[in-house]
Design a protein. Structure first.
Length: 480
């Protein structure tokens, strides 16, 4: 039986043109499979040796082989898997003392697939984007300052490595996906799934069936949902951003209502104030800048949320009471977590001595190298500066701040067809980032990719082609 390789939709053409197209496609197919065959042979030989001599190496080679096999599903499909993986930040894979997340594993597989695909030629075009270049320069600058100024270089350079992987996520998404709708559609579905997982884990944890999915909230003593995210604040920040995107999208009313109910519930269970405040401010800005339709949809969303909170307060007050208590204390900075945050910000500013520190920064993630967490003094645990704007200034100085500001300005948020959506999204991110930071996670960099794909033409990351780059013929090849 002859194997059939379907490389695209069949086209009708004159016999001579069809013959040349078939021969060219056969050659393309043979050339494309040569790297995979070579890699497979090399891995097979190395694995056979390792099984006998080095069992631990054999396990690693099996993992590499699995990655090589996984890349065969295609770079564009792998990017879709990567979008889903960015919602799972709770788990770590330790290799050589360094920590990697699921999104990093998928990224490496997708990069391999990109290197073996026809879309690799798009990378050069993507790198001409001013936004991509400025973000790359920021990472180079942050890495240099970490090497020169960090008390613990290895710890700081590990964060620089994370940022470099995030930047590759941005490049990969721009090279493999031609439109913002694809990322938004898959991301919206993944956000709904993440909310369902967070709600289910909160129910199971609150019932005492499992000890995963919630953390102790210090102000109320209630369990706060973190789901599959690193912590409750990260879950809430991510869901607030995606709920804003869903509510301001052209998706069907049924999907928006369903997503609103699920993501809104998960936000309440996370007991995170900044995410709620940021979402409200973002919707308000969107409504003001984009007119009657946006204003009407925002009013309906807020009214529905208010009614739901009132009904739940009457039916299950134990669920909503911690949330309302936490929200009422949003401006309290003289006690609890608010006081701790203000004290950490004051300590950070106190570490900046002179113009050199202010201009160049002190190195990535070095606040925890200079200060211990006061909430657990017995553990000697490094402290965390949960204020992204201040952290950027602390780590990379005024130069780093200007590079990031230039990257945001280069996307021209005010010159879009829908400026309210862009400004509202930036506002939500800034409000959430004052209490925690998702900048180090791939989810933020996918948002940048979406912004670039939907940017004005002069600010958009270029792509070499909008069509399917594969040969457009249906081909039957006899085995050799």
């Amino acid at each position: 039986m002859q194997p059939t390789y379907v490389l695209g939709p069949a086209v009708t053409a004159r016999g001579k043109s069809r013959s040349r197209g078939v021969r060219a496609t056969v050659n393309d197919l043979r050339d494309a499979t040569t790297p995979q065959r070579l890699i497979g042979v090399c891995l097979g030989i190395a694995l056979g040796w390792a099984v006998v001599e080095e069992p631990k190496l054999a396990v690693m080679l099996l993992a590499v082989g699995a990655c090589v096999a996984a890349q065969a599903i295609g770079v564009r499909r792998l990017v879709l898997v990567l979008i889903v993986a960015t919602f799972v930040t709770r788990f770590r894979i330790v290799v050589g003392g360094f920590h990697f997340m699921p999104e990093h594993v998928v990224l490496l597989v997708a990069l391999l697939s990109l290197a073996l695909s026809t879309r690799l030629s798009r990378v050069a075009a993507v790198l001409r984007s001013p936004t991509v270049l400025l973000l790359g320069l920021f990472i180079v600058w942050a890495t240099a300052m970490s090497f020169l100024r960090a008390p613990e270089r290895t710890a700081s350079l590990a964060i620089a490595g994370w940022l470099a992987l995030d930047w590759l996520i941005l490049v990969l998404a721009l090279a493999a996906v031609d439109d913002t709708e694809t990322i938004e559609r898959v991301g919206s579905a993944a956000a709904v799934a993440a909310a369902i997982a967070a709600i289910a884990l909160w129910v199971l944890s609150s019932a005492g069936l499992i000890a995963f999915g919630t953390q102790h909230e210090t102000l109320t003593g209630a369990p706060a949902a973190y789901g599959l995210s690193f912590e409750a604040n990260i879950l809430a920040s991510t869901l607030a951003i995606w709920l804003f995107l869903i509510l301001t999208s052209a998706r069907s009313t049924r999907f928006r209502v369903t997503a609103f109910g699920l993501l809104g519930t998960a936000l309440v269970l996370s007991l995170t104030r900044a995410a709620i405040i940021g979402l409200l401010l973002g919707l308000a800005v969107w409504a003001v800048l984009e007119g009657k339709v946006a204003l009407r949809r925002t009013f309906r969303s807020l009214a529905a949320a208010a009614v739901a909170i009132v009904v739940l307060s009457l039916l299950v007050p134990s669920v909503t009471s911690p949330f309302t208590t936490k929200l009422a204390a949003a401006t309290a900075f003289n006690s609890g977590t608010g006081q701790l945050r203000v004290e950490s910000w004051t300590s950070a500013l106190g570490d900046i001595h002179g113009s050199t520190d202010a201009l160049f920064g002190l190195g990535l993630n070095t606040f925890g190298q200079r200060h211990l967490d006061p909430t657990v003094p017995e553990l000697d645990r490094a402290y965390y500066l949960g204020n992204l704007p201040l952290e950027i200034f602390y780590d990379t100085g005024l130069v780093g701040v200007l590079l990031l500001a230039g990257a945001v300005v280069s996307m021209r948020p005010l010159r879009r067809k829908r400026p309210g959506r862009a400004v509202g999204l930036i506002l939500i991110f800034l409000v959430c980032s004052i209490t925690t930071s998702t900048f180090w996670f791939g989810s933020t960099w996918l948002l940048i990719a979406m912004a670039l794909r939907g940017a004005p033409r002069s600010a958009r990351a270029p792509a070499t082609s909008r069509g399917d780059p594969r040969p457009a013929v249906a081909l039957t090849v006899s085995p050799r």
